[in-house]
Write a protein that binds this ligand. Structure first.
Ligand SMILES: [Zn+2]
Length: 275
């Protein structure tokens, strides 16, 4: 199939934007048990159906200045962010990888966005995404992602889910509270399925780094007032515990790290091998 590269790139961009719109909607509906197919797109404020022309990804948000066409309520910026990010992702993947490989990586990125928003809002990661995602990832790695391959994918699933599960178990034994949710475990399993064990290692280390920085920033931003005297929270040991707690969801950081690896695997591998 000979499509001029400009036409293909435009299609990829628009397709990515549409999937971005779908991913944001799915992230809103899934935890609320609303079907992700019907009803068609609704305003999250007035719950009326949005006319198709006011629902065109990216452009409608800009044209309507981020407000609902019917009730004027602000539309959350995450709609625009996800649409734009997945549009650019699809365009980049289309220009960088063979088409089947690019599609597999795009499926992962769209799933990561959905999971990240749900975890951000609800502190949970639905198995409804990660279980099928793991299987699709394994099939994709075996069939259309030669840089990953089935062996690395299989090890990645086991290592991803296994290592994080053991970390969580250890944390729970030491601290007496849950530090790693099972959702994170299955998320890393899905990442392993798509990106192999090298992808899991990168995601775990880079995701933890991002999560650590994010967690410290969050802790600093959210506790400016000094604790009153005699407050148990002023005990340094207690303060340490509160910093280690999952006040910040881990999933979005893992998702961001995995997305970076999905896009830049060739560069990262070359850089790591020093070539
Ligand atoms: Zn509205």
């Amino acid at each position: 199939m000979d499509v001029p590269v400009g036409v293909g790139a435009a299609i990829a961009f628009l397709f990515g934007a549409s999937v971005g719109s779908f991913a944001t909607t799915a992230a809103y509906r899934m935890p609320r048990d609303i079907s992700i197919i019907t009803p068609r797109s609704m305003c999250e404020s007035c719950e009326r159906q949005i006319p198709w022309w006011a629902n065109i990804p990216i452009f409608a948000f800009i044209g309507l200045r981020g407000r609902c066409i019917m009730c004027g309520a602000p539309i959350r910026f995450r709609h625009f962010l996800t649409e734009a990010a997945l549009a650019v992702t699809a365009l980049y993947l289309y220009l960088t990888f063979p088409l089947p490989d690019a599609i597999a990586r795009f499926v992962l990125c769209a799933s990561l966005f959905t999971v990240a928003w749900i975890d951000y809002d609800w502190r949970l990661i639905p198995n409804l995404v990660t279980f099928p995602g793991t299987l699709i990832g394994f099939a994709a790695a075996a069939l259309v992602m030669p840089e990953v391959g089935w062996k690395s994918s299989l090890i990645g699933i086991a290592a991803g889910a296994g290592v994080l599960f053991l970390t969580g178990l250890l944390y729970q034994l030491l601290r007496g509270r849950e530090g790693v949710g099972l959702g994170d475990v299955f998320l890393l399993g899905m990442v392993g399925g798509f990106l192999g064990w090298q992808g899991v290692l990168f995601t775990l280390f880079f995701g933890s780094l991002l999560g650590g920085v994010g967690g410290i920033a969050y802790a600093l931003a959210s506790s400016p007032q000094p604790a009153p005297l005699g407050d148990p929270a002023s005990d340094p040991a207690e303060a340490d515990v509160s910093l280690m707690q999952t006040t910040v969801p881990f999933g979005p950081f893992l998702a961001l790290a995995a997305g970076i690896y999905a896009l830049f695997q060739p560069q990262l591998t070359r850089w790591y091998l020093g070539g």
